[in-house]
Design a protein around this ligand. Sequence first.
Ligand SMILES: [Zn+2]
Length: 435
Amino acid sequence: MTTIYSARWVLPVSAAAIEDGAVAVEGQRIAGVGPETEIVAKFPAARIESLGEAVILPGLFNTHTHLELTALRGYLEKEETDFFAWLRKLTIARLERMTPDDVRVSATWGACEAVRAGITCVGDASDSGLQSMLALQEVGLRGVVFQESFGPDPRLAQENFEKLKVKVSELREHESELVRAGASPHAPYTVCGPQLELIAELALSEGLSLMMHAAESEAEDLLLREGCGAFAEGLARRSIEWKTPGMSTIQYLKQVGILDTQPLLAHCIRVDDKDIETLRETECAVAHCPKSNAKLGHGRAPFAKFIEGGVLVGLGSDSVASNNTCDILEEARFATLLSRAAGAHISAEGALRAATFGGQLSEGERADLIAVKLTGVHQTPGYDPVATLIFASSGRDVFLTVIDGREVYRDGRVTTVDEDRLRARLKEIAANLHG
Ligand SMILES: [Zn+2]
């Protein structure tokens, strides 16, 4: 069965915009992209879905999120000026006040929010990896679930590493065509050097993808370069030994072998030209999270320099505990505007490439595509579909999300789960967290 989606505009991203275009989908793959008249003639037996005054584009890619934390949206506003207290309250809420089912509901609600915003693929870092993986699979979202690993104490490196290995092998048993397992050593200040080395070796020997928070806060930079600041004091209070490497996070991650695994590094705010060159040489990818970074007061990553320097860069929402929405079109607008405010020009096309992170509409590709309406008051008039998309639209204008050929969101409803039941459960979880 072939379905043709046609609309006023089709943006293949890998090629020029097509006015009055269409995309033919056969099973899980794209069978054709071009002007509507050509595609209809090529597939005469196809079912035609005319989407009207809209733009069809590849699905958006959220390169860094924590869907399990969706229940914590707005929960940490008072702690935002103290990152240490913020992390502590978050950890207590997740580990002590949420049941495994709460975490599953939280992640599923987050996956619903993602597909509603046109996100078809996520890089999801999760402490409860299995719950997150099941949530992605239930909603029909594509992605990698990176099982988190913590452990700042070198004396416990081996023990914590063994715990990670058990969780990763459990995740691997539940992998599906759409959802794969990865690992995420949380950050340089929460995972000690020996544990990072063990995880890097595991990733290389097992072909496991890694994601890690890197070069995010000033406290992290102070800990690594000078061995002082809030994180250093926190480690000292717990009598945890810390050998100050005396270098930037990126150079430290190179030293302990993490960069050999071509990881996805979230944030990368505190990087200099040498670090950017290192990221390019080692073929690491960056998950740029402009809204989370701004909200927590961490600063701004050099998005334009990454692009100019040949570093692969995508956009991430981070968790909604620090954002407060999972919306990659919004991240694209913020990333572009923040860069321009600092004097670096990012085009709407450049922002779209980051938002789709290598995704494209072309024959033979997996059928991950979305449709965004162009009829909103805030979008009218529009003269260029890419500019309207990046500067005047948000995830709330998405009305169709197709992943692997399957419509998972259409006209206001996620088709794969009972959103009303989830909403009721989420209210219970929030009441419990608040009480
Ligand atoms: Zn994060």
